[in-house]
Design a protein around this ligand. Structure first.
Ligand code: AMP
Length: 431
């Protein structure tokens, strides 16, 4: 496996990457001023026809990294789509329904200046297969699919994979860890031998490495330098209603963070939570709009200086506050607006420092958190903390994948151990 390092990756522009004018025009319209680091490295490799494995998280610009060169290749390919029956040329496999739609929408947006000559379709479970079959009639250039629905459509002869020239496996680590392995093997068996494979994975667990060796042909490995990667880890803990304060107190005591910034949604809630934490032996200060400016300044200065360990704040603390090396931000209440989520968590992990953003969600927060994720183009794994496990039914429902979650293997004892392990490395494990 070769490793590509692009010294001035962030300084290149889209023209230098070799993209053609219909794409460049669209990028200008979208106000993409320069390629993200992953785009600067991936686009030339894809255009050169190389297989690749790239380490990239959602939010790094990876959709455009594979979509732009794929569109360019397809726009030049003579065997393009419709006249070819129910064939697909570029296949993108993703783990969730939401991601399938999102990726397809992005590709359609990037392709507007090809004036309809490149057809993109998304197929995923949970909706009628008939509409998708109709959309696939006559073939498609780019198909974005979740594995289960794709296999169903193949068995109904709605689509054929024999002429796939490029396969993109998005979120490969997630797909493999959620037990898509059998479906992937079935799909791989239907693909032609000669094809370009692009594999995107947030992490490189053993299964991903094994896939690389088995399936990819002399792949280029692209791993963002650590300075390119986000240094903020976002985690979500599910908890039963009524147990949030207990979980919060447990986490604060367990980790002894130097400073903890906790967000709630109302001024009253600041005081209320401070009182409840005090009963559990944790001293906290509050920061909200009912305090006079002088008091606010004093509290903030004391927090920045490390004299206050726990600060409970409303969203007035969400924007612009720069607290050096703030190790952790906790959403005790979820923010009403999805953009406030980003503002809140942006208080930690600033300027390349490591940081942690935790959200504690109970049954009532579940749907709203999905909205926050969707609007911010995030998908975070729901986790639990030992001693605060939620009801099994809720736990399964909280995993937003395109198929039922596999039950954890092993005995209750082993499960417990896994949770303890999560606890042990809660501190900045990168997912
Ligand atoms: P992704 O990682 O593909 O989910 O992209 C995250 C967000 O970044 C999306 O909203 C994209 O529209 C945006 N984006 C991707 N590439 C660029 C770029 N080069 N400049 C500005 N925004 C971008």
């Amino acid at each position: 496996m070769s490793t590509v390092k692009t010294p001035n990756a962030t300084s290149s522009n889209f023209t230098e990457l070799g993209l053609i004018s219909p794409l460049l025009a669209r990028l200008t319209e979208l106000k993409y001023q320069q390629p993200t680091p992953i785009q600067a490295q991936v686009i030339p490799c894809v255009l050169a026809g190389r297989d690749l494995i790239a380490g990239a998280n959602t939010g790094s610009g990876k959709t455009a990294a594979f979509a732009l060169p794929l569109l360019q290749q397809l726009s030049k390919a003579s065997n393009s789509k419709s006249s070819q029956g129910n064939y697909v040329t570029g296949l993108i496999l993703v783990p969730t329904r939401e991601l399938a739609k999102q990726v397809a929408d992005s590709i359609k947006s990037y392709a507007v200046h090809f004036n309809g000559s490149i057809k993109t379709v998304a197929v995923f479970g949970g909706v009628s297969a008939n509409t998708q079959m109709l959309a696939l009639r006559g073939g498609t250039d780019i198909l974005v699919a979740t594995p289960g629905r794709l296999l169903d459509l193949i068995s109904s002869n709605a689509i054929k994979l024999d002429r796939v020239t490029t396969l993109v496996l998005d979120e490969a680590d997630r797909m493999l860890s959620f037990g898509f392995t059998e479906e992937l093997s079935a799909l791989f068996a239907l693909l032609p031998k000669k094809k370009q494979i692009l594999l995107f994975s947030a992490t490189f667990p053993e299964q991903v490495k094994a896939l690389t060796q088995e399936l990819l042909n002399d792949p280029v490995e692209i791993q963002l330098q650590s300075s390119d990667a986000s240094t903020l880890v976002q985690r979500v803990f599910t908890v039963n209603k009524g147990q949030k304060t207990a979980l919060l107190a447990h986490l604060i005591k367990l980790h002894q963070w130097q400073q903890t910034l906790i967000f709630v949604n109302a001024k009253k809630s600041c005081n209320h939570l401070a009182e409840k934490l005090a009963k559990r032996g944790i001293s906290a200060e509050v920061f909200h709009g009912d305090k006079g400016q002088g008091a606010r300044n004093r509290v903030l200065e004391a927090f920045k200086a490390g004299e206050i360990q726990v600060l409970i704040a409303t969203d007035i603390a969400a924007r612009g506050l720069d607290i050096e090396k703030l190790p952790v931000v906790i959403n005790f209440d979820l923010p009403r607006s999805p953009s406030d989520y980003m503002h809140r968590i942006g208080r930690s992990g600033r300027a390349g420092e490591v940081g942690l953003a935790l959200s504690l969600i109970d049954h009532e927060d579940y749907h709203h958190f999905k909205v926050i994720e969707k609007k911010n183009k995030l998908r975070l794994e729901r986790e639990q903390v030992a001693g605060f496990e939620v009801a099994e039914a809720y736990n399964e429902a909280s995993f937003n994948v395109d198929k039922p979650m596999a039950k954890p293997e092993g005995s209750g004892k082993k499960k417990r151990k896994d949770h303890e392990q999560i606890n042990a490395d809660i501190w900045l494990r990168k997912d």
